[in-house]
Design a protein around this ligand. Structure first.
Ligand SMILES: Cc1ncc(COP(=O)(O)O)c(C=O)c1O
Length: 187
């Protein structure tokens, strides 16, 4: 039977479990876990980043990123449907002391006009807009994903406004397959 409650119910296959038992391990604090090092290098190279850091869960990844990009009192722009807002235990407030600027869209995808409209002016009355957070694919949107064109437009708004852009990429590879961009990154 296929359990459709969530894709998170998927269990590792026997081949995956065998691989886990046979890989080389080490102390990651000293940068000496060859498997973690390989994974981080691979992720960085796939996404054209200087470096990557392995985090064992999606929630931890999001919360660390939000914390790095914000100061207490700042505001994060995200969808009303975003996982970071709905399903991370209020972590944006608790861990980072930041508030959210929610954009109401049924499918959880933002567009560059929305993002631009919701960036606060430099005004002492307003919280500083410190981060734009996207989710691709959108979980509560039922798996819909961004076009590359819209992502570039949102990125451009962020660059012009000097605001970092965070991606919750819990299902980024699904989005890449759907938009046929997977072949452009090395496997
Ligand atoms: C969009 C999105 N972000 C983050 C997470 C959290 O991932 P984790 O369960 O690994 O903390 C999920 C989990 O399904 C998710 O759907």
């Amino acid at each position: 039977m296929i359990d459709l409650r969530s894709d998170t119910l998927t269990l590792p296959s026997d081949a995956m479990k065998e691989k886990m038992l046979s890989v080389k391990l080490g102390d990651d604090v000293f940068g000496e876990d060859p498997t973690v090092n390989l994974l981080e290098q691979k992720a960085a190279s796939m996404f054209d980043m200087e470096s990557a850091i392995f985090c064992p869960s999606g929630t931890m990844t999001n919360q660390i990123a939000i914390n790095i990009h914000t100061q207490p009192g700042d505001e994060v722009i995200c969808s009303r449907e975003a996982h970071i807002y709905n399903y991370e235990g209020g972590g944006i407030a608790k861990n980072s002391g930041a508030s959210v600027r929610l954009i109401e869209r049924n499918n959880g995808l933002l567009n560059h006009e929305d993002v631009l409209k919701n960036i606060n002016q430099d005004d002492v009355h307003c919280p500083r807009t410190a981060l734009v957070a996207l989710e691709n694919t959108s979980n509560r949107g039922g798996g819909v994903c961004y076009s590359k064109d819209e992502l570039i437009k949102i990125k451009n708004v962020c660059v012009q406004s000097k605001i970092p852009l965070h991606l919750d990429g819990a299902r980024i590879f699904n989005a890449l397959v759907e938009k046929k961009t997977i072949s452009k990154i090395s496997r």
